[in-house]
Design a protein around this ligand. Structure first.
Ligand SMILES: Nc1ncnc2c1ncn2[C@@H]1O[C@H](COP(=O)(O)OP(=O)(O)OP(=O)(O)O)[C@@H](O)[C@H]1O
Ligand SMILES: [Mg+2]
Length: 404
């Protein structure tokens, strides 16, 4: 089993296309199943070939010149971001005809342009078309179409005006104000619903790349998962896992997956726990700029997560005063469970969704919560305050600053 550790772990065997683990013959490492499809599978069977994948979707096929026009020839000032796959550009198309329009008119799109040569890039491009061409859910980003022309590989998505969760959590600047507690809960719940949909019996897909940069936000902070290049069909029949080369992003991959290459939905749960912890702490999963002992967020935070008296030490001090102790403990406990070393102790995504919904509801019932969002300091009385009989005070007030 090859394990490749880098910032982004991406080097799968060329024999295993990752597009359809159920149908592709592999080098023997992939035990995800041969040709059997579970009967409850409501998503159309994953097609075998590139031609079948492209034909079977309702996605629009764009020409390269159309995309050039829509993005004003990939103008550098329209770059929305860069990733391992390539650059992402902003563009405009007519919402009915899908033809390029003048900037500022029609529908805004995001265009991802593959800039790397070779098999891996094409494979991820095809996996994205395959999965997002078939799977539709309010918490998955909408793929509008693609372009495949000569060496050009592009993907055309709905535009997500607030960009990625990563930017909101970690970018400093006037545009990216710290996300409030309420919004963090909302984003966590939206992303959890997207993962729960993928893991559901009908869909049974393992996402494999859950991280803050792949959670995109619309204008109302609804979270949508993007990037299905590494997604895999879940195990079928009596198989307990899918066996693959280790792929993903360092820090987010589950320990047992890193060690064995055995992939299950519980690997995604671990990654969800990492992201939840990043949201609670405002810290990156790996940060070499922190003092030694704090480079690995998970290792540093774990002892505090399960300790009601100490949990405030890991919470983002930009959230100060916005949450109750009870809610913070509940969220921290959820992260702790998702990060269990033993996969069987991790909750499933339905349970994660339930806990996050309860957290949101408890916020609604306090009655003192304002809807102010970014950077606002909101005080609300919690059940914990009432039980302790103390006069509510903004909680927590860490005695030391956690952030440089
Ligand atoms: N549909 C979209 N709407 C708006 N912005 C987007 C959209 N898709 C991507 N972006 C922006 O482009 C950036 C790069 O995205 P991309 O998925 O290529 O890489 P990444 O997720 O940041 O990194 P990696 O390649 O390691 O997964 C994102 O972080 C986001 O800011
Ligand atoms: Mg991404």
């Amino acid at each position: 089993m090859g394990v490749c550790l880098s910032a982004r772990i991406k080097a799968e065997s060329p024999y295993n296309t990752g597009v359809s683990s159920k149908y592709v013959s592999t080098d023997g490492n992939d035990s995800s199943g041969s040709c059997s499809k579970v009967s409850s599978f409501s998503v159309p069977p994953t097609p075998r070939s590139e031609g079948e994948i492209l034909q079977s979707t309702n996605l629009r096929s764009f020409t390269f010149s159309e995309i050039k026009m829509a993005t004003r020839n990939f103008r550098p000032d329209s770059v929305l971001g860069e990733g391992g796959f390539g650059s992402v550009f902003k563009g405009w198309i007519d919402e009915h005809s899908f033809t390029a329009t003048k900037p500022g008119t029609g529908m805004v799109i995001a265009v991802k342009r593959l800039n790397q040569d070779g098999f891996q890039g094409h494979k991820e491009w095809l996996a994205e078309v395959n999965y997002l061409g078939q799977l539709h859910h309010p918490n998955l980003v909408k793929l509008i179409g693609y372009c495949l022309e000569d060496e050009q590989r592009l993907l055309i998505y709905e535009f997500m005006p607030r960009g990625s969760l990563e930017n909101h959590l970690f970018r400093r600047g006037s545009y990216f104000q710290p996300l409030s507690w309420i919004l963090r809960l909302k984003v966590a719940l939206g992303a959890a619903k997207g993962l729960a949909f993928l893991h559901s019996a009908e869909t049974s897909v393992i996402y494999r790349d859950f991280k803050t940069s792949n959670v995109l936000l619309d204008s109302n902070y609804n979270a949508k998962l993007s990037d299905f290049g590494l997604a895999k069909d879940g195990p079928t029949g009596d198989k307990s896992h899918v066996s693959t080369r280790v792929m993903g992003t360092y820090g987010y991959a589950a320990p047992e997956y890193l060690a064995t290459g055995h992939l299950t939905a519980k690997s995604d749960i671990y990654s969800f726990g990492v992201v939840l912890l990043e949201m609670l702490s405002g810290r990156r999963v790996v940060d070499k700029n922190r003092p030694s002992g704090e480079h690995s967020l998970v290792e540093w935070a774990k002892p505090y997560l399960a300790n009601k008296r100490k949990v405030f030490r890991i919470l983002d001090n930009r959230l100060e005063g916005q949450y109750s102790m009870e809610a913070a403990c509940k969220a921290a406990t959820l992260a702790f469970r998702c990060l269990s070393i033993e996969a069987k102790y991790r909750p499933n995504m339905d349970e994660v969704v339930m806990v996050l919904e309860q957290l949101q509801d408890s916020k609604d019932t306090t009655g003192t919560q304002s809807n102010r969002t970014n950077g606002s300091r909101v005080r609300r009385q919690s059940a914990g305050d009432a039980i302790s009989g103390k006069t509510p005070t903004p909680y927590p007030r860490p005695s030391v600053s956690l952030h440089a």
